[in-house]
Write a protein of this length. Structure first.
Length: 82
């Protein structure tokens, strides 16, 4: 997270715009939401375990786990913006 923040601030300075900082803040808010909600954190950990154990991206379990990760992030993003 720290590297992403530093990169966002650097881009903001280089291009004289707050867009990169706003983008980083959205990512940060999503991560905070996942960390504060045990249900989302558990779902993400389970999906990441499957991704790490799966040997092929063509494996249906891999695809399902990636879909679950996307769903967790989408739910966290919606909750963080409310």
């Amino acid at each position: 997270m720290e590297q992403q923040k530093n990169a966002a601030f650097s881009l903001a300075v280089q291009h004289d715009t707050l867009g990169p900082i706003h983008g980083w803040m959205a990512i940060w808010a999503r991560e905070v939401e996942i960390e504060r909600r045990p249900d989302l954190l558990s779902r993400r950990r389970s999906a990441l375990d499957v991704v790490q154990r799966t040997s092929s991206k063509e494996d249906p379990a891999f695809r399902s786990a990636m879909d679950e990760l996307r769903a967790v992030e989408d739910e966290a993003t919606r909750s963080a913006s409310e």
